[in-house]
Design a protein around this ligand. Sequence first.
Ligand code: URA
Length: 185
Amino acid sequence: MPANKRIMMERLNAEYRKLPRRMRGWGLSKNFVAGEGPIDADVMLVGQAPGRHEDETGRPFVGISGRLLDTLLKKAGLERSDVYITSVVQFFPPKNRAPSDPEIAACRRFLYRQIHIIEPKIVIVVGAVALKELLGRVGIMKVHGSLIKKDRDYFVTLHPAAAVRIKRNLPLIEGDFRKLGAMLH
Ligand code: URA
């Protein structure tokens, strides 16, 4: 079963990687950042889009936000290696801008197919872009720290980049991850 899932994910990534060649007027980086983590993870995390560091290394959440994410996961009793980590869009938006609606739309089927392959018990929804995409909601400051039940469980938190930029967000995010830990364990 995990072997099948691995093959499905490899095929999906091979197709996703080619997306820039198929789309006219592609405005994102052409470097693909694949999702990372155990193929049968119970916990999946969906961020916004890769940053420059991720673009250069081809790995998700390895820049400053990624290092903070590792410490936040520990507060929830999780190791990075427990979690399948991906993003709404898996190509870097130049100048670190947010991905546009058409860019999110182009990547949408790949995001949902990843969730379908992993079949996590819970998805950590990281930041406003993921919140809008996965749950169709806006106003992350009102819903962060809450568990939302849909086809599966979704736990909403701020993006670690929000704490890198604005220090007063850090205790909010830390509180979210502690709450997540209490729910999981
Ligand atoms: N931030 C994200 O939202 N996704 C990444 O892959 C890296 C940083």
